[in-house]
Design a protein around this ligand. Structure first.
Ligand code: PLP
Length: 457
């Protein structure tokens, strides 16, 4: 049936340039228009209800309705709808939020810089690292190492850190001076019979070889998500971050933990860094910082980095970096309220109590499924990877778009799902999800997977 001319679908196709969408396919298929949300569910224009299995974009941690956050935003809008932090101006929401983040940080941190998105936070971190090394008399120390399949955003430098082809192709990226080392994915990357620990040693050796090849006095920082999210929900092998940090310390390379997905309980610890013993020099976060009700991100820097930045800004006369909306009072007030809600709901204990329903549930129900190669994850983040040949760990031809197909089938079973590169299907539901809702989500997923299997026969 052709939709009426004034329908949202037609208007959308005529007017919106969609992020992360095949523009030609969209002209044919049109949008899924979501009109409202409630708890872990969202509803489309026809009133169909969906469990949001990825909390939107791994971000709506408190789900899709929360009166306290609405009130926090409204109160702040009435009190002071805008102010900024340039030239030493400030306001209470940003001060309170900075204090709360410093209190909760996984390693000693000194100051917090605010931005509006994960990409801006990571771009800001790169600029701070360059500035820091110039200010501390090491102008050669500028190269950055990230990882293949890592995801750090889409602005010029952040997209360059990202190790996924779709973020580089046709964009003339990555920029110079950014290097990518191997993905820490034991399932595909390890040799036959190799233990996780031995695989981790190989990866740390590779990192050290790259640093030595480039020259340690030219390598400034290493960026990593504790668990890679958009690249496939890749949980590092045992001892990986321990060994990586030894290498970085030997060569005075800063560790930047990108906690944009892992931060705030996702992995079953407050920070992903705590789940893997990471002691970052710089930490970036966003998304669940405000439960994504409003855009805000943060960069935390330790004392050593702050001292370099402060000295540099003294010599220049200002720290010439900042956004109009850095620390905007309304999202900052919402973030403060979000962190208070996390404390009250005992976030980490809650995630740890419901996580087995997801992690064990996925493994027990789908681990032996002929289409499932690997189930991986931790806390409330997981992925199911689809394979054509389970024994050989061989994926389907990407041209067959198997995971996108499953995600489409899942829609008809009341799930909004996210497919990942390498035919992964992600699970990263709102952190408020209950065990009963997890069981419901897995029942629906099971039905969608069976339907896919019938179609592939
Ligand atoms: N870093 C990580 C780990 C992310 O997952 C994302 C977004 O998904 C980003 C950075 C970029 O954040 P944004 O989309 O807010 O720019």
């Amino acid at each position: 049936m052709t939709p009426p001319r004034n329908s949202n679908a037609v208007r959308d196709i005529a007017s919106v340039l969609h992020p992360y969408t095949d523009g030609r396919a969209h002209q044919k298929n049109g949008p899924l228009v979501i009109t409202r949300g409630e708890g872990v569910r969202v509803f489309d224009e026809q009133g169909n209800s969906y469990i949001e299995t990825v909390a939107g974009l791994w971000c709506a941690s408190l789900g899709f309705s929360n009166e306290r956050l609405v009130e926090a935003a409204t109160r702040q809008m009435r009190q002071l709808p805008f102010y900024h932090g340039f030239t030493g101006r400030s306001h209470e929401p940003q001060i309170e939020l900075a204090e709360m983040l410093l209190e909760r940080a996984p390693a000693p941190m000194s100051k917090v810089f605010f931005a509006n998105s994960g990409s801006e936070a990571n771009d800001s971190a790169i600029k701070m690292i360059w500035y820091f090394n110039n200010a501390t008399g090491r102008p050669q120390k500028k190269k950055i190492i990230a990882r293949i399949k890592g995801y750090h955003g889409v602005t010029l430098a952040a997209a360059s850190l990202t190790g996924l082809p779709a973020n580089h192709k046709l964009f003339d990226l990555p920029i110079a001076g950014i290097h990518h080392v191997s993905t820490p994915h034991h399932y595909h990357g390890a040799n036959e019979g190799e233990s996780e620990e031995d695989f981790a040693t190989c990866l740390a050796d590779e990192l050290e070889e790259v640093i030595l090849r480039e020259g340690p006095d030219t390598v400034a920082a290493f960026f990593a998500e504790p668990i890679m999210g958009a690249g496939g929900v890749i949980v590092p092998p045992a001892t990986y971050f321990e060994k990586v940090q030894e290498v970085l310390r030997r060569h005075d390379v800063l560790f930047v933990a990108d906690e944009v997905i892992c931060g705030f309980g996702r992995t079953g610890e407050y920070w992903g860094s705590q789940a893997f013993g990471i002691q970052p020099d710089i930490l970036t976060c966003a998304k669940a910082l405000s439960s994504s009700f409003l855009p805000i991100s943060a960069v935390m820097v330790n004392e050593r980095v702050f001292e370099g930045l402060a000295d540099g800004s003294e010599s220049v006369g200002t720290f010439g970096h900042g956004f109009t909306y850095s620390g905007h009072p309304v999202p900052a007030a919402v973030a403060v309220e979000t962190l208070k809600i996390y404390d009250e709901m005992n976030l980490v204990a809650h995630v740890q109590s419901v996580a087995p329903a997801l992690q064990d549930g996925l493994r027990q129900r789908f681990g032996d499924h002929p289409l499932v190669g690997e189930v991986r994850g931790r806390g409330l983040i997981a992925a199911v990877e689809l394979v054509e040949d389970k024994a050989a760990r061989r994926n389907f031809d990407p041209a067959r778009k198997i995971a996108p197909r499953l995600s489409k089938i899942a829609e008809s079973h009341g799930l909004i799902m996210r497919f990942l590169p390498g035919d992964g299907i992600a699970f990263s539901p709102p952190l408020i999800i209950t065990e009963a809702e997890i069981h419901d989500m897995l029942d629906r997923f099971g039905r969608a997977l069976d339907e896919l299997q019938v179609q592939l026969r």
